[in-house]
Design a protein around this ligand. Structure first.
Ligand SMILES: [Fe+2]
Length: 199
């Protein structure tokens, strides 16, 4: 199966001024696209011919894992943002956040703290384990909680390419922007899933 770069779920300028069209054009059109191209080159004639992207993330190692996970992580991340995002979660997800973190504000603080302290490139995730319990997980490089048997609910890309054009070294300002763009409806859809999102 040839994997394709999914379109952004909104126009490239839709997240301005918090995330510029220059950032989205480079991040989606160059970085994300390259991971998809490299994945297709690596799996040509190899294993994983019929596997979905999340299956490859769950099973692969080395270069195939890195490129498959980066392809999946970015497709997921675009959906974690939206124009007029922000606010607080509702419904079952909000109840689970209150149960496992105390409040949405406590979750935001834990998630932001892990984003600030993650050393090097990576991703911070809100994830759900097989018992339905939520946790915040820091993963270096292409890491994804699927490999630990957990279901991704929400993520923020903390590779420098995600924020350097707009925020230079001001990581905290990027994290503040993330909370103004966050798509809690997508997180709630993921919370209701039994299997990972499939781009
Ligand atoms: Fe990225």
């Amino acid at each position: 199966m040839t994997h394709r770069l999914p379109d952004l779920p909104y126009p490239a300028d839709a997240l301005e001024p918090r995330m510029s069209s220059e950032t989205l054009s480079l991040h989606h059109g160059k970085h994300h696209a390259t991971y998809v191209e490299k994945l297709n080159a690596l799996i040509e004639g190899a294993a994983f011919g019929d596997a979905t992207l999340s299956d490859i993330v769950a099973q692969a190692h080395g270069g195939i894992f890195n490129n498959a996970a980066q392809a999946w992580n970015h497709a997921f991340f675009w959906n974690c943002l939206r124009p007029d995002g922000g606010g607080d979660p509702r419904g079952d997800l909000a109840a689970a956040i209150d149960r496992d973190f105390g409040s949405t504000e406590a979750l935001r603080q834990e998630f932001s703290s892990q984003l600030m302290t993650l050393f090097g490139s990576g991703w911070v995730w809100l994830a759900k384990d097989s018992d339905g319990k939520l946790s915040v997980e820091s993963c270096g490089n292409a890491g994804n909680p699927i490999t630990d048997g957990k279901l991704p609910i929400l993520t923020c890309d903390i590779w420098e390419h995600a924020y350097y054009v707009d925020y230079r070294n001001q990581k905290k300002d990027y994290i503040d922007a993330f909370w103004h763009l966050v798509n809690w409806d997508f997180a709630a859809e993921n919370f209701d899933r039994d299997a990972p999102f499939e781009p």
